[in-house]
Design a protein around this ligand. Structure first.
Ligand code: A3P
Length: 293
């Protein structure tokens, strides 16, 4: 993280904070005209929920399925893979380039649903919503933001915890995120997956994702996708897939690391917040909270 004034590192757009060097008002403006397709493969998750992990699974499933079909128009070529896959990250011309891509575009986003282009919902693109318990998200975010220069850094965990609880975070509040996506959980084109269930049984998670996006793979191919997405395998490959960013990204890859940071008061504050704001929302109810907290 950068110790320069936090205000300079973040800007506000429609009431939500974003990192200045990663997003821009121009790209948000351009995004409004983005035309989603029914065949798009969309992954939505709050930062640090395991986006890169599930993103790799999705990309691998789509690529393998295209190879099965020997379908050139459906394949993802290397050039396309190189394009930074986050919808809201890049330059304002990226949507014109995306327009030319083959029909199955794998798109990641940290945006709240009402900040996404309307065409995603109108055109019934399928969306996989990824959630992770808030204590591990906060823990992961704290380590990440301190290690990444485009993001603000925090001298103490306590200071970060306050920012997380009050939602003064890049991409906004975790709690708002879950509440807003709750409104879409029952949409026919939406499926939810938790970081924790994937951690418990990766092969099963991979299979469910493939079924949801109707990507026909053999049992062996599904197993190979699961094998290639183990934490170990991804960490070993990190330099190739993510460059120096990989060292920071593949940190621990487990559950309950929050126990090394939260004090008892913070633990109770989070439990209370979860109970009051999320436990009874549709998406909140799907979070593996009690089990790991
Ligand atoms: P930790 O910081 O707890 O280790 P995102 O991709 O949304 O930024 O999320 C990053 C988190 O996902 C990190 O959590 C990272 O280690 C974890 N992660 C990445 N690949 C993973 C994998 N293959 N298996 C389990 N966790 C993974």
């Amino acid at each position: 993280g950068d110790t320069m004034d936090r205000e300079d590192l973040l800007f506000s757009y429609k009431g939500i904070l974003y990192p200045t060097t990663v997003c821009s008002p121009e790209i948000f403006k351009a995004l409004e005209s983005f035309e989603a397709r029914q065949a798009d493969v969309i992954l939505a998750g709050y930062p640090k929920s395991g986006t890169n992990w599930v993103g790799q699974i999705l990309t691998d499933l789509v690529t393998t399925s295209a190879e099965n079909n020997e379908d050139e128009t459906n394949s993802i070529n290397d050039e396309e893979l190189e394009e930074f896959p986050y919808l809201e990250v890049g330059d304002a011309e990226k949507y014109q380039r995306m327009e030319k891509l083959s029909s199955r575009r794998v798109i990641f986003t940290h945006l709240l649903p009402h900040n996404l282009p309307e065409s995603i919902f109108k055109n019934k693109a399928k969306i996989l919503v990824l959630v992770r318990n808030p204590k591990d998200v906060a823990t992961s975010f704290y380590h990440f933001t301190n290690a990444m220069s485009p993001l603000p850094s925090y001298e103490t965990w306590d200071e970060f915890f306050t920012a997380f609880m009050t939602g003064k975070m890049p991409w906004g509040s975790y709690f708002d995120y879950i509440c807003e996506w709750s409104k879409h959980v029952d949409d026919e084109n939406v499926m939810t997956i938790t970081y924790e269930e994937l951690k418990e049984n990766r092969a099963l998670g991979v299979k469910k994702i493939a079924e949801f996006f109707v990507l026909p793979l053999t049992e062996e191919q599904l197993q190979a996708v699961a094998d290639r997405s183990s934490f170990q395998a991804m960490k070993e490959n990190a330099h190739k897939t993510h460059g120096s960013f990989g060292n920071v990204l593949f940190r621990k890859g487990g559950v309950s690391d929050w126990k090394n940071l939260f004090n008892e008061d913070q633990n109770q504050e989070m439990d209370k917040m979860f109970e009051e704001s999320l436990a009874r929302t549709k998406l909140g109810a799907k979070i593996k909270y009690e089990v790991y907290c």
